[in-house]
Write a protein that binds this ligand. Structure first.
Ligand SMILES: *Cc1c(COP(=O)(O)O)cnc(C)c1O
Length: 384
């Protein structure tokens, strides 16, 4: 392949995510499946949701899986099922998508925040051990970007403290840790089918996984306003249902997930080779720890002059994004938690230095080259 290092931007625009490229080869199957649901006119808690739940439980290695309305609602309903509320504390990472901490606060409980391990961007187990109090009611690690948190360290801490672990696996469907699947290690695993996740619906959707049949029954109860029998309410739940159109679309897409993940992993390897070939040693690449299987929902690098590089890439038609620019402890809405700037230095550094590059499976060699040569071009121009 002879793409010059200075290929003009117009030749190879690189969106951060290209859902159309994924949709194209499965379009006919999707439209047939959607038509099936439309013809049935059965939209809520029907056979497609049930079948999806069975299929995903088998795929994820769990006893049961319950379809819900979003990843956010998966977290919320899992904590509701554990009875978490006012006066309770839930330990989680300060560095994640907002929903992780937002759900704790919505239940009236207090998010107790912990810094990250700078290598994986996941919660630091020693920080978790230090954050335990008699009011701790759950530990909520996030498997960020597609790489599992250090569950070998976290699970014993939780067991010793007698508190459940809820896994925020929203970005990590199919990731594993020492052979165990994300979402199969804690009391509950929470997944999102937001379109940008590795298994994306055509709208919102989510899943709660569990090894405990009684816990699954409780989630099913709560997702339908706490009523086992219609209009007779055992609990105050909510409308946390997944709908049949999303379920049928996910049933078409789920069998492709492992091939899509393999493509993301190939792209990650290709990036590594290209960054090395360009001598970009100032760029820190994502790490896959021994015994972990990274599914690369995001390919997050760290680099000097991050904001300037971001502008430079965007000007060349290359999508990139900062996940996340503000850790929870510095968010306006969490000021009453009393954390100060500097409280979690690794998360603050990650917020300042990290940048997510396009990693979706359908990226072409020319697009990967364009991304890396654009970054190389930035540092060359800065040196000149
Ligand atoms: C996407 C995401 C969520 C929320 O999922 P939604 O389906 O968008 O509600 C929660 N936690 C993390 C880490 C996520 O990436």
């Amino acid at each position: 392949m002879s793409i010059p290092a200075t290929a003009p931007a117009a030749q190879t625009p690189v969106p951060l995510l290209d859902l159309k490229a994924q949709y194209e080869p499965i379009r006919t199957q999707i439209l047939e499946a959607v038509t099936r649901v439309c013809d049935s006119q059965r939209f809520i808690l029907g056979p497609e949701t049930q079948a999806l739940e069975r299929e995903l439980a088998a795929m994820l290695g769990v006893a049961d899986a319950v379809g819900v309305s979003s990843g956010t609602d998966a977290l919320l309903v899992a904590m509701m099922a554990l009875g978490i509320g006012p006066g309770d504390e839930v330990i989680t990472s300060t560095y994640s998508f907002f929903a992780t901490a937002g759900c704790i606060t919505r239940l009236g409980a207090r998010p107790v925040l912990v810094d990250i391990d700078p290598v994986t961007y996941n919660i630091d187990p020693e920080g978790v051990a230090r954050a335990l109090t008699p009011r701790t009611r759950a530990i909520l690690p996030v498997h960020l970007y597609g790489h599992c948190a250090d569950m070998d360290a976290l699970l014993p801490i939780a067991t010793q403290a007698g508190v459940p672990v809820i896994e925020d696996a929203c970005q990590s469907i199919g990731a594993t840790w020492r052979g165990r699947q994300a979402g199969a290690m804690g009391v509950a695993g929470c997944f999102s089918f937001f379109p940008s996740k590795n298994l994306g619906a055509f709208g919102d959707g989510g899943l709660v996984t569990t090894q405990d049949p009684a816990f699954a029954a409780e989630i099913r109860l709560l997702r339908g306003h706490g009523a086992e029998r219609r209009y007779y309410h055992d609990r105050v739940g909510g409308n946390f249902r997944l709908d049949e159109l999303q379920a049928v679309i996910l049933r078409v897409k789920a069998p492709h997930l492992s091939e899509w993940t393999a493509a993301r992993r190939r792209n990650a390897d290709r990036y590594r080779a290209l960054f090395q070939a360009h001598g970009l040693s100032q760029v820190v690449l994502p790490v896959e720890l021994a015994g972990a299987f990274h599914i690369y929902n995001q390919f997050v690098i760290r680099l000097p002059q991050r904001d300037a590089v971001k502008d430079h890439l965007q000007a060349q038609g290359i999508g990139c994004e900062v996940y996340y620019p503000v850790p929870f402890h510095l968010q306006q809405c969490f000021q009453d938690l009393g954390y100060k700037p500097g409280a979690f230095p690794e998360s603050e550094r990650a917020a300042d230095e990290s940048l997510a590059l396009p990693i979706y499976g359908e990226l072409t060699e020319a697009q990967l080259l364009h991304v890396v040569s654009a970054i190389a071009g930035f540092y060359e121009a800065a040196r000149a």
